[in-house]
Design a protein around this ligand. Structure first.
Ligand code: CA
Length: 177
Protein backbone atom coordinates (compact mmCIF):
# COMPACT_ATOMS: atom_id res chain seq x y z
CA UNK A 1 0.00 0.00 0.00
CA UNK A 2 1.43 3.37 -0.99
CA UNK A 3 1.84 6.43 1.20
CA UNK A 4 1.22 4.59 4.44
CA UNK A 5 -2.44 5.55 4.49
CA UNK A 6 -4.63 2.59 5.20
CA UNK A 7 -8.19 3.13 4.19
CA UNK A 8 -11.01 1.20 5.74
CA UNK A 9 -13.75 -0.18 3.55
CA UNK A 10 -16.18 2.17 5.31
CA UNK A 11 -14.07 5.10 4.33
CA UNK A 12 -13.81 4.02 0.72
CA UNK A 13 -17.57 3.66 0.64
CA UNK A 14 -17.94 7.16 2.03
CA UNK A 15 -16.06 8.59 -0.90
CA UNK A 16 -18.89 7.48 -3.11
CA UNK A 17 -21.22 9.72 -1.12
CA UNK A 18 -24.32 7.57 -1.13
CA UNK A 19 -23.32 5.26 1.70
CA UNK A 20 -21.68 7.88 3.86
CA UNK A 21 -24.57 7.89 6.33
CA UNK A 22 -24.44 4.15 7.00
CA UNK A 23 -21.81 4.60 9.65
CA UNK A 24 -23.64 7.49 11.30
CA UNK A 25 -25.63 5.78 14.07
CA UNK A 26 -27.00 7.43 17.16
CA UNK A 27 -29.99 7.33 19.49
CA UNK A 28 -33.37 8.56 18.31
CA UNK A 29 -36.38 9.18 20.54
CA UNK A 30 -39.67 8.83 18.68
CA UNK A 31 -42.58 10.61 20.37
CA UNK A 32 -45.86 9.56 18.76
CA UNK A 33 -49.16 8.49 20.32
CA UNK A 34 -50.63 6.85 17.22
CA UNK A 35 -49.48 3.25 17.39
CA UNK A 36 -49.38 2.57 13.65
CA UNK A 37 -47.40 5.69 12.85
CA UNK A 38 -45.03 5.04 15.75
CA UNK A 39 -44.44 1.45 14.61
CA UNK A 40 -43.73 2.60 11.07
CA UNK A 41 -41.27 5.27 12.20
CA UNK A 42 -39.53 2.91 14.61
CA UNK A 43 -39.11 0.29 11.88
CA UNK A 44 -37.62 2.73 9.37
CA UNK A 45 -35.38 4.53 11.83
CA UNK A 46 -34.04 1.24 13.24
CA UNK A 47 -33.43 -0.02 9.72
CA UNK A 48 -31.49 3.20 9.16
CA UNK A 49 -28.99 2.00 11.75
CA UNK A 50 -30.20 3.97 14.76
CA UNK A 51 -31.03 2.91 18.29
CA UNK A 52 -34.62 3.85 19.08
CA UNK A 53 -36.69 4.64 22.17
CA UNK A 54 -40.35 5.63 22.05
CA UNK A 55 -42.77 7.72 24.07
CA UNK A 56 -46.51 8.26 23.69
CA UNK A 57 -47.41 11.30 25.80
CA UNK A 58 -45.96 14.63 26.94
CA UNK A 59 -44.95 13.34 30.39
CA UNK A 60 -43.60 10.10 28.93
CA UNK A 61 -41.55 12.01 26.36
CA UNK A 62 -39.90 14.26 28.96
CA UNK A 63 -39.14 11.29 31.23
CA UNK A 64 -37.77 9.06 28.45
CA UNK A 65 -35.73 11.93 27.02
CA UNK A 66 -34.00 12.46 30.39
CA UNK A 67 -33.16 8.75 30.67
CA UNK A 68 -32.34 7.89 27.06
CA UNK A 69 -30.48 11.13 26.20
CA UNK A 70 -31.21 10.82 22.48
CA UNK A 71 -29.05 12.35 19.76
CA UNK A 72 -32.27 13.50 18.09
CA UNK A 73 -35.98 13.52 18.86
CA UNK A 74 -38.82 13.01 16.37
CA UNK A 75 -41.69 14.83 18.03
CA UNK A 76 -45.38 14.57 17.18
CA UNK A 77 -47.38 17.74 17.78
CA UNK A 78 -50.74 16.27 18.85
CA UNK A 79 -50.13 14.28 22.05
CA UNK A 80 -52.15 13.20 25.11
CA UNK A 81 -51.60 15.60 28.01
CA UNK A 82 -50.60 18.57 25.86
CA UNK A 83 -48.69 18.87 22.62
CA UNK A 84 -45.24 18.53 21.14
CA UNK A 85 -44.51 22.20 21.78
CA UNK A 86 -44.79 21.51 25.54
CA UNK A 87 -42.24 18.71 25.20
CA UNK A 88 -39.92 20.88 23.12
CA UNK A 89 -40.17 23.76 25.61
CA UNK A 90 -39.47 21.47 28.60
CA UNK A 91 -36.54 19.71 26.91
CA UNK A 92 -35.00 22.98 25.71
CA UNK A 93 -34.65 24.24 29.29
CA UNK A 94 -31.92 21.70 29.91
CA UNK A 95 -30.82 20.12 26.64
CA UNK A 96 -29.95 21.11 23.08
CA UNK A 97 -31.15 17.83 21.58
CA UNK A 98 -31.96 18.33 17.87
CA UNK A 99 -35.72 18.03 17.28
CA UNK A 100 -37.72 17.28 14.16
CA UNK A 101 -41.40 18.13 14.64
CA UNK A 102 -44.01 15.85 13.10
CA UNK A 103 -47.37 17.49 12.46
CA UNK A 104 -50.65 16.37 10.97
CA UNK A 105 -51.30 19.79 9.54
CA UNK A 106 -49.16 22.03 7.46
CA UNK A 107 -49.87 24.64 10.08
CA UNK A 108 -47.73 27.73 9.62
CA UNK A 109 -48.44 29.11 13.10
CA UNK A 110 -47.37 25.88 14.79
CA UNK A 111 -44.38 25.70 12.50
CA UNK A 112 -43.25 29.21 13.35
CA UNK A 113 -43.71 28.83 17.10
CA UNK A 114 -41.82 25.51 17.07
CA UNK A 115 -38.98 26.95 15.07
CA UNK A 116 -38.83 29.92 17.42
CA UNK A 117 -38.29 27.67 20.42
CA UNK A 118 -35.71 25.65 18.60
CA UNK A 119 -37.07 22.85 16.43
CA UNK A 120 -34.52 21.93 13.78
CA UNK A 121 -36.82 20.67 11.04
CA UNK A 122 -40.36 19.74 10.12
CA UNK A 123 -42.21 16.75 8.71
CA UNK A 124 -45.86 16.96 7.70
CA UNK A 125 -48.16 13.92 7.87
CA UNK A 126 -48.75 11.88 5.85
CA UNK A 127 -45.03 11.49 5.37
CA UNK A 128 -42.75 9.16 3.49
CA UNK A 129 -40.87 7.30 6.26
CA UNK A 130 -37.73 7.01 4.13
CA UNK A 131 -37.73 10.77 3.80
CA UNK A 132 -38.06 11.14 7.56
CA UNK A 133 -34.93 9.01 8.03
CA UNK A 134 -33.12 11.21 5.49
CA UNK A 135 -34.16 14.31 7.44
CA UNK A 136 -32.87 12.70 10.64
CA UNK A 137 -29.52 12.11 8.96
CA UNK A 138 -29.41 15.59 7.49
CA UNK A 139 -30.07 17.25 10.86
CA UNK A 140 -27.49 15.03 12.61
CA UNK A 141 -24.92 15.79 9.92
CA UNK A 142 -25.57 19.50 10.33
CA UNK A 143 -25.38 19.39 14.12
CA UNK A 144 -22.32 17.16 14.22
CA UNK A 145 -20.65 19.30 11.60
CA UNK A 146 -21.11 22.31 13.86
CA UNK A 147 -19.70 20.64 16.95
CA UNK A 148 -16.92 18.89 15.06
CA UNK A 149 -16.28 15.21 14.94
CA UNK A 150 -15.09 13.50 18.07
CA UNK A 151 -11.71 11.97 17.34
CA UNK A 152 -9.11 10.11 19.35
CA UNK A 153 -5.45 9.82 18.49
CA UNK A 154 -3.79 6.57 19.48
CA UNK A 155 -0.18 6.50 18.32
CA UNK A 156 -0.33 6.50 14.54
CA UNK A 157 -4.05 5.92 14.50
CA UNK A 158 -6.82 8.49 14.38
CA UNK A 159 -10.18 7.13 15.48
CA UNK A 160 -13.25 9.02 14.32
CA UNK A 161 -15.79 8.11 17.01
CA UNK A 162 -18.77 9.44 15.07
CA UNK A 163 -18.05 7.84 11.72
CA UNK A 164 -16.43 4.79 13.36
CA UNK A 165 -13.52 5.09 10.99
CA UNK A 166 -9.88 4.46 11.84
CA UNK A 167 -7.19 6.14 9.78
CA UNK A 168 -3.42 5.96 9.99
CA UNK A 169 -1.12 8.97 9.83
CA UNK A 170 1.00 8.94 6.70
CA UNK A 171 4.79 8.89 7.03
CA UNK A 172 5.17 12.65 6.58
CA UNK A 173 2.89 13.21 9.56
CA UNK A 174 -0.18 14.41 7.72
CA UNK A 175 -3.47 12.76 8.48
CA UNK A 176 -4.96 10.34 6.01
CA UNK A 177 -8.47 11.43 5.09
CA1 CA B 1 -50.63 12.45 17.57
Amino acid sequence: MEGGIHRSSTERAQEGGATRTEAMGGRILIVEDEREIADLLVAYVERGGFEVARATSVADAIRVHAQFRPDLMLLDIGLPGGDGIDVLTAVRRRFDTPVIMVTALDDDVTKLSSLRIGADDYVVKPFNPSEVVERVRAVLRRVRGQTGRRTLSVGELIVDLDARVVTCRSEDGSEGE
